[in-house]
Design a protein around this ligand. Structure first.
Ligand SMILES: CC(=O)SCCNC(=O)CCNC(=O)[C@H](O)C(C)(C)COP(=O)(O)OP(=O)(O)OC[C@H]1O[C@@H](n2cnc3c(N)ncnc32)[C@H](O)[C@@H]1OP(=O)(O)O
Ligand SMILES: CC(=O)C(=O)O
Length: 526
């Protein structure tokens, strides 16, 4: 089995993605988690770029890593200078990492038009910089920026730059599809040329501008690359880098390469979600392998088949990558959907019970409910249908006031009156808007009884008119997505009044969390 080394650049190239901003603490936490996963190299940042990245390289030395090598990233020396006196190379070496990655120009166009120097000087910049760092006792990887575009424009020159890096002592030369515009067969062809021309290891670094980064990465490995650079979930500039999660899963499962360490694949879903959490981004539901919908079945005919044999509509067993099968409930469901969906419950799975639940689902969907993205509310319906539901709290009343002063922002205040375990709780909270204020008042009343509600946060709120012909009297459907450390779950509420619809979805979200914790289950019953 051939080994492919995994080089994670989430903390450097990933953080160049719009909306991604890791704190120092986030960077250290992700480093630890990637090391646990068995990633071989972790590119921690660009020490010259900012004090946080420089500080990271100091702090990461105290992190007890088991396997991964931390790598600092920087560019070749500036034009017309010397490597010895170059501030960028100095900062790079001050990171005191066992390996540095140096990026250099490969494309003649980039050399003359962008950095404004001669082709000869650029070759010297590459050779000098690599040799200087090697001379300081560190291993050097060389990122050949714009390699595929440069090779198209002037293949001799592109190869000359790679050879300069090799002559300088680079142990791995990484071919970069920096603009993400190259097609897979071309990647394979050009990687094969580089493989023939060089002795050093070859790596691949793809961007996703044509949605081909995974295909290009796999093509490069098939053509001889033995290092794959990428980011968790494909975070990165423009359309992102190659998603390492998909690249790793395909390499290991579809092509049988040795990647990471034994047992790591099953942790891909967890690490992918952890990275989203640190980046403060929502999960991508349709993300292959690890997304919430990656193994979600909705059509009645599909769920019927999956119940008999999951291979009928799944390309792999979701457990291989730590994901779970989900059966979605909707008006397209038949009894087999309800049967599969309720397998985790200790209830009678006879036709009468299944029909009772299905009828409830269909009746509620008729008035505007949707359970496809609201598994939390579905859970509560099942409990109500089979008689195991017990309310955690009862609503006595709520009120929401919005006051718009003559100037400035509107002030929103919610008051909630609940009965909890025989006591009455009466709380008031302000919020950015009615739902936020209501959520805050509800939690304020409940958290003293159920402290684990502190772990839960509302991550998405969607509202949709369900009978638009009625104008402002139309019913609205509110779907709320909540999450805690382990799970993401949806709940739904429908009413003519948007605040009431929000209340229904919010209170289901809280009840679902309390039931889930009491039963010690995750959303899918594990
Ligand atoms: C493909 C990639 O992802 S490469 C990494 C890209 N990532 C980043 O740029 C994020 C971090 N970057 C930074 O913090 C800053 O750009 C720094 C610290 C590196 C440089 O900052 P500044 O000195 O202010 O330069 P600025 O960013 O405006 O311009 C880049 C400079 O680097 C030069 N340069 C670009 N690539 C190279 C290279 N491979 N080798 C040498 N010099 C280079 C440019 O010619 C330009 O210098 P000039 O103004 O003398 O022509
Ligand atoms: C090095 C790098 O990040 C690129 O060429 O895309």
């Amino acid at each position: 089995m051939t080994r492919v080394a995994i080089y994670d650049t989430t903390l450097r190239d990933g953080s160049q993605g719009e909306g991604v901003n890791f704190s120092l603490q986030d960077k250290l936490l992700l480093t630890k988690r990637l090391d646990d996963l068995g990633v071989d190299y972790i590119e921690g940042g660009y020490p010259l770029s900012n004090p946080k990245d420089a500080e990271y390289f100091r702090a990461v030395r105290d992190l007890p890593l088991k396997h991964a090598k931390v790598v600092a990233f920087g560019m070749t020396r500036r034009k017309n200078g010397s490597a010895e006196s170059d501030g960028g190379l100095k900062a790079l070496l001050e990171g005191k990492t066992p390996i540095v990655t140096i990026v250099g120009k490969t494309s003649a166009f980039q050399v003359t038009e962008i950095i404004g120097t001669t082709l000869e000087e650029n070759v010297k910049m590459i050779g000098d910089s690599v040799a200087y760092c090697r001379g300081q006792g560190v291993e050097v990887f060389y990122d050949a920026e714009h390699f595929f575009d440069g090779y198209k424009l002037n293949p001799e020159y592109a190869l000359q730059t790679l050879k300069a890096a090799e002559a300088g002592g680079a142990t791995c030369i990484i071919l970069c599809d920096t603009n993400g515009g190259t097609m897979p067969e071309r990647v394979a062809e050009v990687v094969a040329v580089a493989r023939r021309e060089l002795k050093a290891d070859i790596g691949i670094h793809c961007h996703n501008d044509c949605e081909l980064a995974v295909a290009n990465t796999l093509a490069a490995v098939r053509a001889g690359a033995t290092q794959v650079q990428g980011t968790m979930n494909g975070f990165g500039e423009r359309c992102g880098n190659v998603d390492l999660v998909s690249a790793i899963a395909n390499l290991a499962i579809k092509y049988d390469y040795e990647v990471l360490k034994p047992g790591s694949l099953q942790r891909l879903t967890e690490v992918s979600r952890y990275a989203y959490e640190l980046a403060n981004m929502n999960f991508r539901s349709g993300q292959p392998f690890v997304g919430l919908s990656a193994f979600a079945h909705k059509g009645g005919m599909h769920t019927h088949a999956v119940a008999k044999n999951p291979a009928s509509y799944e390309h792999i067993d979701p457990a291989l990558v730590g994901n779970e099968r989900r059966i979605l409930v909707s008006e397209l469901s038949g009894q087999s959907t309800i049967l599969s969906k309720t397998q985790k419950y200790q209830i009678a799975h006879d036709k009468a019970t299944m029909a009772k639940i299905l009828n409830q689902v269909q009746d509620l969907e008729n008035v505007g409910y949707e359970f496809e993205a609201a598994e939390g509310s579905f859970d509560i319906i099942v409990k109500k249908a089979v008689g195991t539901y017990k309310p955690w709290f009862q609503r006595l009343a709520y009120r929401v006031n919005i006051e718009q002063p003559a100037t400035g922002k509107p002030i929103t205040e919610a008051t909630v009156k609940l009965s909890v375990g025989g006591s009455t709780e009466h709380t008031v909270s302000e919020g950015d808007g009615p739902v936020n204020a209501l959520d805050a008042a509800l939690r304020k009343a409940l958290v003293q009884y159920f402290p684990r509600l502190d772990e839960m946060q509302l991550v998405d709120y969607k509202v949709r008119v369900v009978n638009p012909k009625e104008g402002t009297a139309a019913r609205v459907r509110v779907v709320i997505e909540s999450r805690d450390h382990q799970d993401v779950w949806g709940t739904v509420g429908v009413s003519e009044n948007i605040v009431e619809a929000s209340w229904l979805a919010l209170s289901d979200a809280i009840e679902y969390k309390l039931f889930k914790d009491e039963e010690g289950t995750t959303k899918n019953g594990n």
